[in-house]
Design a protein around this ligand. Sequence first.
Ligand code: HSE
Length: 318
Amino acid sequence: MSAAAAETRTVHVRVPATSANLGPGFDTLGLALSVYDEVEVTALPPGELEIEVSGSGAEHIPRDDSHLIARTIRYCFEAAGRRAPGLRIVAHNGIPHGKGLGSSGAAVAAGVLAANGLLDGQLTDADLLRLATELEGHPDNVAPALFGGLTIAWTENGVPQHKKLLVHRGVAPVVFVPDRTMSTSMARSVLAAEVSREDAVFNVSRSALLIAALTQSPDLLMSATEDKLHQERRAQAMPETFALVNALRAAGFAAVVSGAGPSVLVLADGPGRRLEAAAVAAEAADGSWQPLMLAVDFLGGTTWTADDPRMDMSRTAG
Ligand code: HSE
């Protein structure tokens, strides 16, 4: 593609919500969920910037150079050794903003995918994950946002890696979203710098079990979602979230804090069980928690252009 064509090209991107940690898998496990941000990015002459945002959190999102998708696209062009074009960004946020469902990871994932579209696919999957992780700070939301499904993310010699897994069809997610928000940096600031060997072993065992529960044996989800690494430390910062997690667990549902909170994720062992979980939540909490009955998203972030309207499904293989 010529530089002139790149200057007029519009790239469409759709990115799923994600729930990170899933209980014991702090900064490691993530699940892509079927609610989406949609973004349309058009290259303009250098220096120009137009931003339109609608949907969740739109009133809090800056429309200047600090806009996260714009910053991400410029970062990717710089990494690719190319001068960034000006940008017109039209974004619709379907993902609840600031609720622990990966809204910032989705913006970063949308930015790297849009940049890659404008760069005509120059970036590899490894580049996409590395650039997104550099901007987000941890890989557990951006990996499932980019690649879909259940992802295990880790770093090797400082380079983020991921493995995508299929989730057992009996696992049915429901997320309870409160009307308040929580900043991830605040929720990270309360974490302990060191943990005991006993707690470390506890989380290693539960994380390993959780992979088995999510891929083969949903009956193990209750034990597999226990955690001693981060959730209790965060309880003071979001007591309503912990009250709901505890009420749901006491009723037999595998409930965890979604990401850094404040939403609550239940990994129900069957679609019908989600309605029972919603009834427990309605009883235990005030009416301000919105239940979202979701599916696991298997595609991850998708991009398309007018020249090539097929969805890019090249990253679905895992
Ligand atoms: N693993 C991160 C945390 C997820 O718990 O801080 C934030 O979305």
